[in-house]
Design a protein around this ligand. Structure first.
Ligand SMILES: Cc1ncc(COP(=O)(O)O)c(C=O)c1O
Length: 394
């Protein structure tokens, strides 16, 4: 099988991920707990070591604010509902987002808007797939509490100017939530430099770890109840046991446990630690350049043929490793099925959980075919895909 669906989840995982997962479940799989027996303490220490590594990778200030989640969706829900739920009663806060968002951002926001809990502005992108930071700035009002946006679209792959948006949010005292589902582990994400208040990312995409892993970094401007500056700005989304202090009637006021109720996915996180070690061993720019070169190869092959229409910019240097296109005379799901059945090539047809992006590019409701090479994909695999696409249209 040729696997070109890394935007959904990476495959294969990094060398050592399977082994680390198996070793953890065979030998170490106790429930982490700071006050428990030595196996529980060791499990807690393993989690802390990973928190530290991830905090360094993304240049956060404090590893205690690296909260483990089940995936990006979980992290985004904790972030969005945490910010909105903590607003003073009687005030309807305003949130700004974009047309490029995945449903894991747009659905919780739309549901909150439908309930009357927020007002929502969805900022447009240009034809190349870029949101102008100035348009985000123009959408901010005195009631805006949050800007929630993707770092790179999972449809067009276009990388957004997160630093510019972070700066204008900071200047207006608005919290900035960045969805790094498509960039964490392949594009530099710098919490300090980009002025990110909330960073949501998966462990299972470019960090090359198992599914069921992800995290939310919660910056200092989102205090929990134990912080002196807490003005009700961030409420826990999920409450429960934390493996530590059981005496408090409500969630202990200590990060990361404040937002981490319940037994974490220690087995998956053991695998993620191996994935992150692999990612740290190679400069991100090298992996990104590899994926961009594969996308350039595909875009070059398709753009000479007017039966294919590539969505978004034709400049691969402004994309992560994702290319979506339509095929004249074919529904996207049919192209996906033929590639799977007849050529053993895995791509992702459809709307990619991003209906507003497809509306923007005129591909709603049929969608497009998405090809997303990963760190281990090869030029030969792209050439086989191009041959298969040509055979289909001919
Ligand atoms: C841009 C974007 N945001 C969020 C998500 C949701 O990620 P997860 O599957 O880790 O919940 C995805 C998944 O593909 C995505 O592409």
């Amino acid at each position: 099988m040729i696997y070109l669906d890394n935007a959904a989840t990476s495959f294969p995982k990094a060398p050592g991920v399977g082994e680390a997962t198996a070793a953890f479940i065979a030998n170490d799989a106790a429930n982490p707990g700071r006050a428990g027996h030595r196996m529980a303490v060791a499990a807690e220490q393993a989690l802390d070591a990973l928190r530290l590594k991830l905090t360094r990778l993304f240049n956060g200030a404090s590893h205690e604010r690296m909260v483990f989640t089940l995936n990006t969706t979980d992290a985004l829900n904790i972030a969005i509902k945490g910010v909105v739920g903590a607003q003073p009663a009687g005030v309807v806060p305003h949130v700004v987002t974009t047309v490029l968002e995945h449903n894991s951002v747009s659905r919780p926001l739309q549901a909150l808007a439908d309930q009357g809990a927020i007002t929502l502005t969805r900022v447009d992108c240009d034809d190349a797939g870029f949101v102008a930071p100035a348009d985000i700035g123009a959408a901010l009002t005195d009631a805006t509490v949050l800007v929630a946006m993707t770092h790179a679209s999972n449809v067009t792959g276009t990388i957004q100017d997160a630093a510019a948006v972070g700066t204008l949010c900071r200047d207006r005292d608005v919290l900035f939530l960045l969805d790094a589902a498509q960039t964490a582990g392949v594009v530099t994400v710098d919490i300090e430099a980009m002025k990110i208040d909330l960073l949501a990312f998966p462990g299972h995409k470019s960090l090359l770890g198992p599914t069921g892993t992800g995290a939310l970094y919660v910056g200092e401007r989102c205090p929990g109840p134990g912080d002196a500056a807490a003005a009700g700005r961030f409420a826990p989304f999920r409450e429960g046991g934390t493996g530590g202090d059981s005496s408090t009637p409500t969630q202990p006021a200590l990060f990361p446990y404040y937002l981490e109720g319940g037994t974490p996915n220690t087995v998956g996180l053991a695998g993620l630690a191996a994935g992150v070690d692999h990612v740290l061993a190679t400069p991100l720019a090298e992996v990104l350049a590899h994926e961009q070169a594969l996308c350039a190869r595909l875009i070059d092959a398709l753009s000479g043929d007017d039966r294919f229409r590539v969505l978004g910019t034709s400049d691969p240097a402004r994309r992560v490793g994702t290319v979506s296109f339509t095929v004249a005379g074919f529904d996207a799901p049919d192209v996906g099925s033929i590639l799977d059945d007849s050529f053993e090539i895995a791509v992702r047809p459809g709307l990619h959980c991003s209906p507003y992006a497809h509306q923007r590019f005129g591909t709603f409701p049929d969608g497009a075919v998405r090809v997303s090479p990963g760190a281990f994909s090869t030029a030969n695999e792209i050439d086989q895909l191009v041959d298969a696409l040509r055979a289909i249209v001919e």
